[in-house]
Design a protein around this ligand. Structure first.
Ligand code: GDP
Length: 427
């Protein structure tokens, strides 16, 4: 059985969690291959409404194994909180497996994230302050702590003796903050070790065997293409790669196994945090779309921040779909647009100064440098959230889907018309 992926084509918050939860019902393994608890996937099912940050979205499917791979930032606080929330809502205890090569996110990663964002005030990255950038900086500087290393306390002490002088100079001299103490870090590592040890294994071997045995492995991207560290809107990107093509690398599995890539995109655009967002609306038009969007308005699942909103951006989404190597597309939130007489779609960017028109997504744009070239399609002016067959959608809605499909060059095979699991139209 090949690997399948559910990934985001945009800035995140496309509705990946909903599709992963849906497809997880038929998957043996649901795997997170990057990122940490710095994004939230909203899932609404028979147990209630959840915002998952670190747990894979397969935790509601009793026969599914949920895996955190080697490139995930493992935050104990988040894991504990999310597992407790599942227990509180009577969700059967999920099977959780964590790679022994994954690294621990320490409290000092969060501390550095907060202090640096404060120092940059006004020019900050819009970080969720979950410690992700300092965590991946340490990983790539080879001073992170892999989970299997937690069991050797003497080696850990030597590790901290080496890295703390550098960290404490920054803390004391740059941020005017007290330094870190080795004994406190060792205590933190001990708590993590006790909590994590039942979950640890070599996930590469486990998943490799599963693939050989014909099991279904579903990997889940944590953010969208435009937040990818390599291909996103750097530096307003995240610090890892949420691309389907990265998943085999991140998990240590053969790339040839990655066969199905479902890229999720919204029927309009939303964006949490900083960075160029050409289709951004403001004023009453934005407020109305934000209020009507998602399951209860467009507000970040992790941060509660109001999301920036705009019309569907075919330029950015085509890029997002291509970079993900999407074999199919899921279009979500189509129900949200039922209030509009006409629905604008951005089919190109125009440079405000030079007048140059672009159809491809540029490497560098500053906010305000480009304006969207819009076409307007007729709206359907009705509630479509109860429709379950494509042919029963109003003609204008079918035409809207067909128009986006043409722009993206990849089939839109699934349409989501409401936040609940069953609100999906298979095409
Ligand atoms: P993710 O991180 O990609 O899983 O997305 P988020 O959970 O951050 O944001 C998606 C939002 O859209 C959540 O509020 C979902 O409940 C909601 N949602 C997903 N699909 C639909 C849909 O088809 N219609 C509506 N109205 N809301 C949806």
């Amino acid at each position: 059985m090949p690997i399948s992926a559910v990934v985001g084509a945009n800035w995140g918050d496309e509705g990946k969690g909903k599709f992963t939860d849906l497809l997880a019902q038929h998957a043996d393994f649901v795997v997170r291959f990057q990122g940490g608890s710095n994004a939230g996937h909203t899932i609404i099912n028979e147990y209630g409404k959840f915002s998952l940050h670190l747990l894979p979205s397969g935790v509601f499917s009793p026969n599914t194994h949920n895996v955190l791979g080697p490139c995930v930032a493992v935050c104990i606080e988040s894991l504990k909180k999310e597992l407790q929330e599942l227990e509180r809502c009577a969700v059967p205890r999920p099977t959780l497996i964590i790679s022994e090569r994954a690294q621990l996110l320490f409290s000092y990663h969060k501390l550095f994230d907060i202090l640096e964002e404060e120092r940059r005030a006004g020019a900050d990255f819009g970080s969720t302050r979950s410690g992700i950038a300092p965590f991946y900086s340490d990983m790539h500087s080879k001073i992170g702590v892999q989970l299997h290393e937690l069991s050797d306390e003497a080696a850990l002490r030597r590790h901290f003796e080496l890295i703390l002088p550098q960290k404490n100079i920054l803390l004391r001299e740059l941020y005017r903050h007290p330094g870190l103490e080795i004994d406190e870090l060792l205590a933190e590592a001990r708590v993590a070790r006790e909590f994590l040890s039942p979950f640890l294994c070599d996930t590469r071997v486990l998943l490799g065997k599963a693939l050989q045995q014909g099991k279904q492995v579903l990997v889940e991207g944590q953010l969208g293409t435009l937040r990818d560290i390599y291909h996103g809107i750097y530096p307003y990107s995240t610090s890892s790669s949420p691309l389907a093509t990265f998943a085999p690398v991140g998990l240590g599995l053969p790339a040839r196994e990655m066969k199905n890539v479902l890229a999720v995109t919204k029927a309009y655009s939303s964006c949490v945090g900083q960075g160029p967002f050409v289709v951004e609306l403001d004023g009453a038009e934005a407020e109305e779309l934000r209020r009507r969007g998602g399951d209860s308005g467009e507000y970040g699942a992790t941060t509660g921040r109001p999301r920036r909103v705009g019309w569907f951006d075919a330029v950015a989404t085509r890029y997002g779909v291509e970079v993900q190597g999407a074999t199919e597309v899921a279009l979500t939130n189509i129900d949200v647009l039922g209030y509009l007489d006409e629905i604008p779609v951005c089919v190109g960017y125009r440079n405000r100064k030079s007048g140059e028109e672009l159809r491809h997504f540029p490497a560098q744009t500053e906010q305000g440098q480009m304006e969207p070239i819009l076409v307007r399609l007729p709206g359907w002016k009705q509630d479509v959230s109860g429709v379950r067959e494509f042919s029963k959608l109003p003609k204008e809605a079918r035409d809207y889907v067909a128009f986006l499909e043409e722009e993206l060059g990849v089939s839109i095979t699934r349409i989501s018309n409401g936040p609940r699991r069953e609100q999906v139209i298979q095409r």
